[in-house]
Design a protein around this ligand. Structure first.
Ligand code: UD1
Length: 420
């Protein structure tokens, strides 16, 4: 197994290029199940989660040719409809094949994803919505078995809670359904917006893109003629590197980004004393005279993302004063806290609120990655810790960060990938 050895440094400098968004790529790859043609997707991040989903699609009979940042997908010969446990257990987002596969074949079986490091993460809202669209659903021997022999029917669906993959799944199901689906309380994340835009460009009329009410005119079972497209930039990877600039109090430029997707993150970093130059697709962060504490509440887009909570907490350990970080989306997303504490951070937890007292001097030690974003918080802390930090179980990082150590090395960090 690989681990990262990171030596604490004074500062970073230079430019980091941001990859395509993992969380946009996953639904967009699943969406190809609705296509009648072969299509090319570019600007994919070279990360394990993408390979996992392409493997799942290949298992279902699709032809996928993946080459670093590009894939061509042809689902014409797809024949299987069962997403098996061996894949689903490694990546919960495998559930994204459910909506499009059920819509296209009239049945689909997906293994229940099982436990998850950051909390329960149920799929009840996906299933309830599909049932409203006429699907019959059974849970048998650890699998969700869904059937809609006469196709799915458009209807009004009100999500009890905003769910990102739930919205993506139902939008894809609705794209092939009979009649109009109205989705109320839909997610407004940029990744959902791109999915809707590509479906729109494939002939599916969708009103309300980017709002919480989506109206989708289904194609009555007709497969779609899909254009080639390029994935939007990864706003979480971008936010993570902005925090790398911030925690080392350096000037650092990130390129190939969509700055407006980062408004909430930049806003919080400004409150902490950092300043920025922003162009159409680059962001430069400048050092703060004094790093100030911050109050953060994670919420759905456009508010501050839960996927940046761990990183801003690592940064808050370097602020002069007490920061309050409230996690509203997931019930168990503070596993980085105990590892940051082991490095010397002063953090106390009360339910879903973390209080971070700064500034603390962090020391390098052995720490363990527990989930994708928790791992990146440990990388940030290690950048400024005294001495050497060894981060174990970095397969979590490899799920979502494209060439992390190379990008950091190019910006002056002392990072090595080693074997245990
Ligand atoms: C997606 C992102 C993930 C991000 C999360 C929240 C992908 C592949 N993953 O995850 O990186 O952290 O959005 O921004 O895009 N819920 C239910 N029932 C459901 C579905 C969700 O109760 O059927 C709850 C969840 O437990 C959670 C909340 O709704 O508390 C939001 O979850 P959701 O938006 O579905 O997260 P994901 O789509 O899994």
């Amino acid at each position: 197994m690989d681990y990262l050895k990171i030596e604490g440094i004074e500062s970073l400098k230079g430019t980091i290029k941001i990859a395509g968004a993992k969380n946009a790529s996953l639904p967009l790859i699943a969406m190809t199940i609705l296509a009648k043609n072969k299509l090319n997707i570019t600007n994919l991040p070279d990360v394990v989660d993408i390979k996992t989903l392409l493997k799942l699609l290949s298992n279902l009979g699709a032809e996928c040719e993946f080459n670093e940042h590009h894939v061509s997908v042809d689902t014409a010969k797809m024949h299987e409809t069962r997403a098996t446990y061996d894949i689903v257990k490694t990546m919960r987002a495998s559930i994204l094949v459910l909506g499009p596969t059920l819509a296209r074949f009239g049945h689909c079986e997906v293994s229940l994803p099982g436990g998850c490091a950051i909390g329960q993460r149920p799929i009840d809202l996906h299933l309830k919505a599909l049932e409203q669209m006429g699907a019959e659903i059974d849970i048998k021997a650890g699998y969700v078995e869904t059937k809609a022999p006469n196709g799915l029917k458009g209807c009004e669906i009100i999500f009890d809670k905003i769910t990102v993959t739930g919205t993506a799944n139902i939008v894809m199901a609705a794209a092939l359904a009979h009649g109009e689906t109205i989705l109320v309380n839909a997610a407004r994340e940029p990744e959902v917006v791109q999915l809707c835009e590509i479906l729109n460009a494939s002939g599916v009329k969708i009103e309300g893109i980017g709002t919480s009410v989506l109206k989708i005119q289904g194609s009555c079972g007709e497969l779609l003629d899909m254009p080639d497209f390029s994935i939007i930039p990864d706003r979480i990877e971008a936010g993570t590197y902005l925090c790398a600039g911030a925690i080392t109090n350096s000037e650092l430029t990130i390129t190939d980004v969509e700055p407006k997707h980062l408004d909430a993150v930049i806003g919080k970093l400004e409150e902490m004393g950092f300043s920025f130059t922003i162009t159409q697709d680059t962001i430069t962060i400048y050092p703060a005279k004094e790093i100030k504490p911050v109050k953060v509440i994670t919420q759905e887009y456009p508010a501050f993302p839960t996927d940046m909570q761990a990183q801003i907490m690592a940064l808050a350990t370097q602020a002069n004063g007490t920061s309050i970080i409230e996690e509203r989306l997931f019930e168990n997303r503070f596993m980085h806290v105990s590892e940051l504490q082991r490095m010397g951070a002063d953090i106390s937890l009360n339910g879903h609120i973390a209080t971070v007292n700064g500034k603390t001097d962090l020391s390098g030690t052995d720490v363990m990655a527990t989930d994708l974003r928790a791992s990146s918080a440990l990388v940030l802390a290690a950048l400024i810790a005294r001495g050497e930090t060894n981060i174990h179980r970095i397969y979590h990082l490899d799920r979502g960060y494209d060439s992390l150590e190379k990008k950091l090395q190019n910006a002056g960090a002392k990072v090595d990938r080693l074997k245990e």
